[in-house]
Design a protein around this ligand. Structure first.
Ligand code: NAD
Length: 496
């Protein structure tokens, strides 16, 4: 697939104007595949962020953005069409700055999220914001009740770098559709996936000035303004659990609604009835996009009775796995997003070896330029992993699979649930009822049985335990950006 030459918008969007940082500074955007400089992004300052918050507050309080559902729907439809027009440019940006394999951009990285904007445009208009509840008696009188949902206010949205376009759309789509105004802060590794949306918003839509603001910055702490400023009502965050905790802390003094999509350590349980030769090669999919996906199943639980057979099949599949240049459609694994992430993954691999797991395939930096100039890590297969080892407990966010043997279904459930995370998972079986019985016992927000998949814009997504708070996508995700108001009225009142 030939990508168009990069032509990204590199400025921030504040109060409807594409602008450089207030001090004129920029920061480097590097290509993780080659280590080369792609270009610059405006390096938003704390003053820029404070101004974005101020204008978002003003737009919420002083315009009828939150009340005019049809106008919002029209604006989001314009945004959808603008994104659609720029789809190939966005594809080029995602592949270059995030190292996303081009073959995967047809799915979560580009084509799906573009269509998601259409879903949010439609939902803005079709959602039932006010419904009548049944009448209730009180002190001898009948009372009517209106259940009304209203925009929650000003939203601070903070996104990571792993699926940046998807997540930027997953934040601004529903928050704007619900009638909130929004300030988006993308990760410093992937600024253009956000700033380019800013250009489309400014040039192709009637979204009023201040309703949506985009502030890229090299300084992570610029984001803290969004979790602490009293003018923000809701923080929606996707990223690591450590940062999620910090966001909760910063949001506590002003008691903000905090909505968090955090890390995962999901288990893929292979029940003993499956054809291992047909099923296990798929386990190498852990390495997709360098393993940089929160819902990827990174722990593979196999029955001890078939452990040796499983190890052989897995070894062959990891050895045959193709990785490298993300622009080559044969590769489903590109680089880690940065040298910092590459080093983090390599540290975990060393830890796994130190703690006594057996590294059957890979286990280090990729050979030659891939590893030296680019940020590649070899697809890595660990077997003989004890469920308590660091590599079985902590999120690695790299192309690393941990294989853990289990005794019976109860043992598999116990190991799968032995995690501070609870994001996703899967059960491999030919017996769907048995798989369902196991799935019902796993404490995660999503789970797949017998190869079925759940991802869609109307599927609520999120985690149990330390994988997060709240749900993204679907009507449930939309409602994260609404407040609930009950209005009591005389029982016989007509309501328009
Ligand atoms: P991160 O937590 O380091 O950063 C995420 C974002 O938070 C970035 O924009 C960063 O600049 C910002 N940030 C950092 N410190 C901040 C602070 N104190 N206040 C406000 N903002 C701050 O995460 P990352 O390394 O960029 O992303 C990887 C993590 O994201 C992984 O743990 C992964 O599982 C998680 N993730 C979760 C989901 C999900 O939906 N559950 C999806 C994608 C990624």
């Amino acid at each position: 697939m030939a990508l168009p030459p990069l032509a990204p918008e590199t400025r921030n969007l504040i109060d409807g104007v594409l602008c450089d940082a207030s001090n004129g500074n920029t920061f480097d955007n590097l290509n993780p595949t080659t280590g080369e400089l792609l270009g610059q992004a405006a390096d938003g300052t704390k003053d820029d962020m404070l101004r974005a918050v101020e204008v978002a507050r003003r737009a919420f309080d002083e315009t009828d953005w939150s009340l005019d559902h049809d106008f919002r729907s029209k604006c989001l439809q314009q945004l959808y069409e603008g994104i659609l027009e720029q789809k190939e440019q966005l594809r080029s940006i995602v592949v270059h700055e995030a190292g996303a394999p081009v073959s995967l951009t047809g799915y979560m990285h580009v084509d799906d999220p573009v269509e998601h904007m259409k879903y949010w445009a439609d939902l803005a208009a079709s959602y039932e914001y006010e419904t009548r509840m049944s009448n209730i008696p009180f002190l001898g009188r009948e009372n009517g009740r209106l259940l009304r949902r209203e925009a929650a206010g000003v939203v601070g949205a903070i996104t990571p770098w792993n699926v940046p376009l998807y997540l930027n759309i997953a934040k601004i789509g529903p928050s704007l559709a619900a009638g909130c105004t929004t300030v988006l802060k993308p990760a410093p590794d992937t600024p253009w996936c956000a700033t380019h949306l800013g250009k489309i918003i400014a040039e192709k839509t009637d979204i009023p000035a201040g309703v949506v603001n985009i502030v890229a910055s090299s300084d992570h702490l610029t984001g803290e303004i969004l979790s602490s400023d009293p003018r923000i009502d809701v923080v929606t965050f996707t990223g690591s659990t450590a940062t999620g905790r910090r966001i909760m802390e910063c949001a506590a003094p002003t008691v903000k609604n905090v909505f968090l999509e955090l890390g995962g350590k999901s288990a893929n349980i292979v029940l003993d009835d499956v054809d291992l030769a047909a099923t296990l090669p798929m386990a190498a999919m852990t390495c997709v996009h360098g393993g940089q996906g929160c819902a990827i199943t990174t722990r593979l639980l196999v029955p001890r009775s078939r452990y040796d057979e499983a190890k052989e099949i897995l070894k062959a599949s990891f050895e045959g796995w193709s990785y490298g240049d993300p622009q080559d459609p044969a590769n489903l694994q590109g680089p880690q997003v940065s040298t910092r992430q590459q080093e983090r993954v390599l540290d975990y691999i060393e830890k796994g070896k130190e703690e006594g797991a057996t590294c059957l395939v890979g286990g280090g930096i990729a050979d030659g330029d891939l590893g030296e100039k680019g940020c590649f890590v070899k697809p890595t297969l660990f077997v003989d992993v004890d469920p308590e080892m660091t590599i079985a407990q902590e999120e690695i966010f790299g192309p690393v699979l941990c294989v853990i043997p289990y005794e019976d279904d109860d043992d598999a459930v116990r190991i799968a649930n032995n995690s501070v995370y609870g994001l996703s998972g899967s059960i491999q079986t030919n017996d769907v009822q048995r798989g369902l019985d196991v799935a019902r016992r796993i404490r995660t927000g999503t789970i797949s049985v017998a190869g079925a998949q759940w991802f869609n814009v109307d599927t609520p997504f999120g985690g149990y335990k330390q994988s997060g708070v709240g749900r993204e996508n679907g009507v449930m995700g939309f409602e994260e950006f609404l407040e609930t108001k009950i209005i009591a009225i005389p029982a016989d009142a007509e309501v328009k």
